[in-house]
Design a protein around this ligand. Structure first.
Ligand SMILES: [Zn+2]
Length: 147
């Protein structure tokens, strides 16, 4: 399914990050959850999502910050074992499509191996099916010896 169609049909009335299926979760901490991006920019593209529905970065509480930074560091190191570089991208504020943001729920992207200077790939993004998401999450857990 094309990502744009998914956004229009599936995400119209629900937040995809407020109720993440257990099989999609790579790692869940007290305040944040790590998942594989379902409409990835590149292979092994991860998302770090606050467990609370936050929209702005400034809504993160101090105790959440203290767990976010080590989680980003830990997952970046894992990805760097199999990728040359990892970019961190913040998705803050509401989805307005101007910058390609499509989900209001605050989240951070860990994106291996591609420069973040062009949005030409945006229009060709595809969304994983439920089956593909479960399969790819399990494969990545195995590949990265996820603990
Ligand atoms: Zn949400």
């Amino acid at each position: 399914m094309k990502y744009d169609d998914y956004l229009l049909k599936v995400l119209k009335d629900e937040c995809p990050f407020c109720d993440i299926k257990k099989e999609y979760i790579l790692e869940k901490w007290k305040h944040f959850t790590v998942i594989l991006a379902r409409a990835p920019y590149t292979k092994d593209h991860l998302l770090i999502v606050p467990n609370r529905h936050l929209v702005r970065l400034r809504e993160i509480r101090p105790e959440e910050w203290w767990t976010l930074i080590p989680l980003i560091e830990k997952r970046t190191k894992k990805l760097e074992k199999i990728h040359s570089e990892v970019n961190l991208l913040l998705r803050d504020w509401v989805a307005n499509w101007v910058l390609g943001k499509s989900v209001d729920h605050l989240h951070f992207h860990l994106i291996p191996d591609i420069p973040i200077y062009s949005a030409t790939w945006w229009w060709n993004r595809r969304i994983y099916s439920d089956f593909q998401t479960v399969k790819k999450t399990a494969e990545l857990k195995e590949k990265l010896k996820w603990k």
